[in-house]
Design a protein around this ligand. Structure first.
Ligand SMILES: Cc1ncc(COP(=O)(O)O)c(C=O)c1O
Length: 409
């Protein structure tokens, strides 16, 4: 069969939604400067769907740095992979600053978080090793696992007993040259709960393993200084390899791992997605440095983010919504219902109330569940929150009638 014919008849689990809702539910275009107020289909919206947690994306100082760096370097420089011709003082300085920010001895810059962590996982373990990961891990960890040569096993989400069972099994089968890598997340991005890092780290007393934490949503938002979930939970030292991305709180492209120098030396020479890919353009690196500095100098942004998070969450709970026990700014609103309910909520909120929210339903989450995920930002005002809560109040009959029908069906 012709490959293209086969693909046309098999759009994949998301294909139908992507095709039918193109430009609205999928691939929507939010226009105007990045922030809590943007334009969608020509209408003004209060936006709860972007991860610019600290509202740094459109900060005037950053816009200036971006423009000046673009003017000075252009977007081509440096050419080539870092290992070959793509290194610069700016790249190295950013790595030093990331290590400092993260209280880890050394860092390695990654072009993109997704490819970066996939490749890091692939590089870290070999066929003699064991790779154990949380079942709700982000797709990049799952794909990293696919690449890895190690024997893989999964533990139930945040279930320490389940993890221990896997560790016990791996430990009993280890050869002299076998090692164990456990991978989990600092913040689970859909539901907002934190990885049980302290409890996982405590298992090091009993089992020989190293811990890699993907803290995409925690970097910059959690901990007194923004150094993430480990700091927030008081166990940062127990994270052996910390992964953070600029795609959320830094509102940029790029990512990093922070760990011991001997591991960084190994990764520099073995992380294939970095060795065989072009280095980050200079303006992005210069901008990342400026953003990191601003984040450091403005802890009040994090306070405002949390203040907004608490107000939004309390308001939703008061209205009777289930916001799950999220421990991060990620604010999920969970209800029973069909994919159609999910699209109805998104449409009602956007069309009737000027509130842009994104939701997921089957096949992204199990059948019968609708999850609307709100991302508060430091730049949201009380007025934005109140207007959003009013909208959630107005759609209650739609949401709750449908979920009651579902519950009694
Ligand atoms: C948990 C998690 N890990 C990794 C990534 C990938 O990062 P990036 O966007 O830098 O590729 C994301 C999404 O951005 C994420 O949510």
């Amino acid at each position: 069969m012709d490959l293209f014919d086969k693909l046309e008849g098999r759009p994949g689990p998301l294909g139908q939604f992507t095709a039918d809702g193109y430009g609205y539910y999928t691939f929507p275009k939010l226009e105007g400067p990045i922030g809590p107020e943007m334009t969608f289909n020509g209408k003004d919206m209060i936006v709860w769907s972007i991860n610019d947690y600290l509202s740094i994306g459109n900060h005037p100082e950053i816009r200036k740095v971006d423009a000046e760096a673009a003017e000075k370097y252009g977007f081509s420089s440096p050419m080539g992979a870092r290992l070959m011709t793509g290194n610069s003082d700016e790249h190295e300085a950013l790595e030093r600053e990331l290590s400092d920010f993260m209280h880890k001895p050394q860092s390695l810059l990654l072009n993109y978080g997704y490819q970066g962590i996939m490749s890091v996982i692939h590089a870290l373990v070999d066929r003699n090793d064991f790779l154990i990961y949380d079942e709700l891990s982000h797709a990049c960890i799952v794909d990293g696992k696919q690449l890895a040569m190690a024997e893989k096993s999964v533990f139930k989400h945040n279930d320490i007993e389940s993890l221990e069972k896997q560790l016990k099994r791996a430990a009993s089968r280890m050869k002299p040259n076998s090692s164990i890598l456990v991978v989990t997340e600092g913040v689970f991005g859909m539901t907002g709960d934190l990885g049980k890092l302290k409890e996982i780290i405590a298992l090091k007393e009993k089992y020989p393993f190293r811990l890699l934490v993907d803290d995409a949503h925690g970097f910059g938002t959690l901990g007194h200084d923004g150094s993430g979930a480990g700091t927030q939970l008081g166990c940062h030292e127990g994270i052996d390899i910390y992964f953070g991305t600029f795609a959320k709180a830094v509102a940029l492209i790029g990512a990093f791992v922070a760990t011991e120098p001997r591991v960084i030396e190994f990764l520099k020479a073995n992380t294939r997605s970095q060795i065989f890919a072009k280095s980050l353009p200079m303006p992005l690196v210069v901008s990342a440095r400026a953003r990191l500095k601003l984040i450091r100098e403005n802890p009040q942004w994090r306070e405002k983010l949390w203040d907004n998070t608490h107000k939004l969450r309390k308001g939703l709970i008061d209205l009777g919504y289930n916001v799950l026990p999220s421990e991060s700014p990620v604010t999920p609103v969970l209800t029973a219902g069909s994919t159609e309910l999910c699209t109805t909520i998104m449409r009602e909120m956007r069309e009737e109330h000027g509130v842009f929210v994104s939701g997921v339903a089957y096949p992204v989450v199990p059948k019968g569940i609708v999850l609307i995920r709100l991302i508060p930002m430091a730049g949201h005002t009380d007025e934005h929150i109140q207007k959003t809560l009013k909208a959630f109040e107005a759609i209650k009959p739609i949401v709750f009638q449908s979920s009651e029908e579902k519950m009694t069906a």
